[in-house]
Design a protein around this ligand. Structure first.
Ligand code: SF4
Length: 311
């Protein structure tokens, strides 16, 4: 059976991130923290810095919480229901770990599996109900024998054959049972409601230097990019509203170097990037060596720093 620690870590990293992007992080994490106890004993700041660039930082905070709970319990819960109670582990991840690492007859239904089954069933109902139907169908189909391989086979089918835009029905091993294929246009499934456009927010980010150091803060644990290192910024407000000063030290100072854009889950952000020199670190901020800071910054701040360093 695969190591539950590695299965868990991979599944958490892959929740919102592609395999090529997550692979290097997975290698780095497993080299530095080879087991759940090692990760549980890590410093919060080290783990957040190692996660920088992967996005969705609540995952990293939950990763630590989960590692510490498992270590305190003495071992991993070995069932889907037990795993579900751990921080950061939702229905899909619990099912995947239970099936892959413990051989439990549990379903692992993610967006790929939803798509495959929406096509297999030619699911035309309201998407919320169809999702529930798919979850029930997959749960019934998981075999007693090798449930982990069943989960992996479905994941592979969704990732390599029944792909979002161009399902390759010609080579598909389940074509004979596929209602979507029989209808002739399987790629139209899943029939999801159109997504609302994301609101747009704007603000300013300040790249403040002093003798080869750059000014940073440790962001509050709660909220966006919580617990991560960040550059000082104004508040980020909906486009059209006036920019309120979140960081008064920078107001009216600095040279505009350009702008960066970043898409978060619930909004799109555009920040003016300002460069400045500063004598003293204001309260709540500290200096960090500019050579090494980029690796510890989330992508949006990394982009701003790069823009200034290159300018
Ligand atoms: Fe997907 Fe085509 Fe296979 Fe149906 S036959 S599951 S649409 S690849």
């Amino acid at each position: 059976m695969p190591d539950p620690y590695r299965v868990w870590l991979a599944e958490i990293m892959l929740q919102q991130t592609t395999v090529p992007h997550a692979a290097g992080y997975f290698e780095a994490f497993t080299r530095r923290w080879p087991g759940v106890e090692a990760l549980a004993a890590a410093e919060d700041g080290d783990v957040m810095a190692a996660w920088a660039g992967l996005g969705y930082y609540a995952r990293a905070r939950n990763l630590l919480k989960c590692a510490r709970e498992v270590t305190a319990m003495g071992d991993w819960p070995r069932t889907e229901a037990g795993l579900r109670k751990l921080p950061g582990i939702g229905p899909y991840t619990a099912g995947a770990i239970a099936a892959l690492a413990f051989g439990e007859r549990a379903p692992a239904v993610d967006g790929n599996v939803d798509r495959v089954f929406a096509r297999l069933l030619a699911a035309k109902g309201a998407w919320k109900e169809e999702k529930a139907r798919i979850a029930g169908t997959v749960r019934e189909l998981v075999p007693e024998d090798r449930p982990g391989e069943f989960a992996e086979a479905l994941m592979d089918l969704g990732a390599t054959v029944c792909t979002p835009k161009r399902p390759n029905c010609l080579i598909c091993p389940v074509r004979a049972w596929c209602a979507g294929h029989a209808e002739g246009a399987p790629e139209q499934y899943p029939l999801k409601p159109a997504k609302a456009a994301k609101p747009k927010r704007t603000g300013k980010v300040f790249v403040a230097f002093r003798d080869g150091d750059v000014l940073v803060e440790r962001r509050p644990d709660k909220g966006l990019l919580g617990g991560m290192l960040g550059l000082p910024t104004t508040a980020w407000v909906e486009t059209g509203a006036s920019v309120s000063p979140g960081w008064t030290v920078g107001e009216g100072k600095g040279e505009v170097i350009g702008e960066v854009r970043h898409v978060f889950t619930h909004f799109e952000l555009r920040l003016d990037v300002l460069r400045m020199e500063l004598g003293q670190a204001p309260e709540g901020y500290h200096w960090h060596d500019v050579e090494t800071v980029a690796d510890a910054l989330p992508s949006v701040f990394r982009k701003a720093l790069k823009l200034v360093v290159r300018a």
